[in-house]
Design a protein around this ligand. Structure first.
Ligand code: PSU
Ligand code: MN
Length: 340
């Protein structure tokens, strides 16, 4: 069993962190199918900054070979901030916390491995028991990051409430996971394939702090810096982000937080054009029934927007995730200073 969140308000942060570390140790002692990259293990043991990275974006979010190139570039960007990247995935039924270069190449080679699964919380048990390979969504990445004691996770787009979600009940498991995992998630907001207003409402109900990490209150909308919806909070520096995480965990709270970092300014104009393709892809998904296909809906929409924009959406997607990786590294460094 994955164990990491038995919270007691009286616990101080030091004990809180030890509890996380001991949960991983405990899991490993029981022979759980987890491999922690030695560099990540060393960094965690000496409380250095570590940033978790997901792999659904590699296996189901971007086409080859850009998926691998982007994952490698994002790892280097994290390194340049002084933090250690831990790209998380599942190979042969084993959880990998920090992928070796050949493992990342293997997961990214989707053409030769079409059976690689998209893993959310519900898929973890089956995928491990059945020795499958998988890319971890934000939800599964949050679980494994929390298990390992990694405090910051950088990605492109978080899942959310789908359009029409009030009828279909298609709400990403990512949202719920942010209540259970003490990890700060840095993303460029949520994609406008989703219902952004309802996603923010849902996060409010769950009690997940949402912050614009920007010079505006606007919650970012992935390809665009502005969604038209306001975040309840705004900050614009890594130390404030780290202090927010530190404060809630000092109280033994078990939830994470969502930092919305807008895509760099120079992609704003193209973001407005991309939005038209997003709307077209959504209409097509309604017509051809893809919007009712559960976990296939998001990857199909991402792929279709890529086709409709002749790859221009991809350049924006790369830019925004490189940006969140940079900010994620800075927040992880600031957080590790607070824990000293
Ligand atoms: N949004 C993107 N790119 C992605 C995803 C979302 O712009 O690759 C992936 C993330 O891994 C996210 C998952 O956790 O899709 C959400 O899928 P669903 O909507 O099925 O929960
Ligand atoms: Mn869904």
């Amino acid at each position: 069993m994955l164990k990491y969140a038995t919270s007691s308000p009286s616990l101080c942060l030091a004990r809180h962190s030890r509890r996380h570390a001991s949960s991983l140790v405990e899991s490993l002692r029981k022979g759980a199918p987890i491999d922690v990259h030695p560099e990540v293990q060393d960094a965690l043991a000496s409380r250095k900054a570590v940033v978790a990275l997901e792999t659904t974006i590699v296996t189901h979010g971007m086409p080859q070979p850009v998926n691998l190139e982007t994952a490698q570039s994002v790892e280097s960007i994290v390194r340049r901030t002084g933090a250690i990247p831990a790209t998380i995935g599942v190979i042969g039924g084993r959880v990998k916390i920090g992928l070796h270069p050949h493992e990342l190449e293997y997961l990214a080679d989707v053409k030769n491995n079409p059976g690689v699964v998209k893993l959310s919380r519900r898929d973890i048990g089956p995928a491990l028991a059945l020795s499958r390979d998988g890319g971890t969504t934000c939800s599964a990445t949050l679980i494994f990051a929390a298990l390992a004691g990694i405090r910051v996770f950088a990605t492109g787009g978080l899942g959310g409430v789908h359009r029409g979600g009030e009828h279909s009940m298609d709400v990403s498991a990512d949202l719920q996971e942010l209540t259970k995992c003490p990890v700060g998630l840095v993303s460029a907001g949520v994609k406008s394939i989703l219902d952004i207003g309802r996603t923010l409402e849902y996060l409010e109900t769950l009690g997940v702090p949402v912050l614009s990490y920007a010079d505006t209150d606007d919650f970012p909308a992935f390809y665009s810096r502005r969604s038209g919806f306001k975040s309840p909070w705004r900050i614009n520096d890594p130390v404030s982000a780290a202090r927010i995480l530190h404060s809630q965990w000092q109280l033994g709270m078990s939830n994470g937080a969502l930092f919305g970092v807008p895509i760099p300014e120079k992609y704003e104009a193209v973001g407005e054009e991309l939005q038209q393709s997003v709307e077209q892809a959504l209409r097509e998904a309604d017509d051809n029934g893809m919007s009712k296909r559960g976990k296939e809906a998001t990857p199909w929409l991402l792929k279709r927007v890529g086709e409709l924009t002749a790859g221009r959406s991809l350049a924006s997607n790369i830019a925004l995730i490189e940006n969140t990786a940079h900010v994620g590294g800075q927040i992880a460094i600031a957080y590790s200073e607070l824990e000293k």
